[in-house]
Ligand binder design. Structure first.
Ligand code: 5GP
Length: 136
């Protein structure tokens, strides 16, 4: 973990394979694995292996930054464009592999109000059942 990558999270241990996970897809840049608490028949998380500042997409409020460890959380910058697009492309690969192309949802929970719990940027890929909208 380098100085620019924020506070280590459980996902760093999953990348290092210190904690086991069910891997669905992996390449040199991203890891996709099944969520431990699935919210749909298919629920896969896609994360960048090199966090490099990607704790989240956008910064949270001054209040949250001041009172929590998020104060020093780096966020997505223009230089992250390539990995951000690769994460999204991987969602398609995962949806194909999981057979959910008839309908799937890609979610990023950004910040406390969106119920982000792990501050290592990740995409949720959900499918295998009828989704509701709005999600609530
Ligand atoms: P967030 O709420 O931050 O958007 O999503 C974090 C997700 O990570 C949650 O859906 C949670 O179930 C999942 N998660 C947390 N810890 C682990 C773990 O150790 N292994 C796996 N596979 N998923 C985890």
């Amino acid at each position: 973990v380098n100085a620019d990558s924020g506070t280590p999270t459980i996902f760093d241990k999953i990348i290092a394979k210190e904690i086991s996970s069910t891997i669905v897809y992996e390449d040199e840049k991203v890891l996709a694995f099944r969520d431990i608490n699935p919210q749909a028949p298919v629920h896969v998380l896609i994360i960048p292996k090199l966090r490099d500042g990607l704790t989240m997409l956008g910064k949270v409020s001054v209040y949250h930054c001041y009172f929590s460890r998020l104060k020093n959380s780096p966020i997505a910058e223009a230089r992250h464009g390539e990995i951000l697009s690769h994460l999204l492309y991987t969602a398609k690969i995962v949806a194909e592999k999981e057979g959910i192309l008839d309908g799937f949802r890609v979610v990023i929970n950004n910040g406390p109000d969106a119920c982000q719990s792990v501050y290592h940027l990740h995409l949720h890929v959900l499918g295998g059942r009828q989704m509701k909208w709005p999600p609530g």
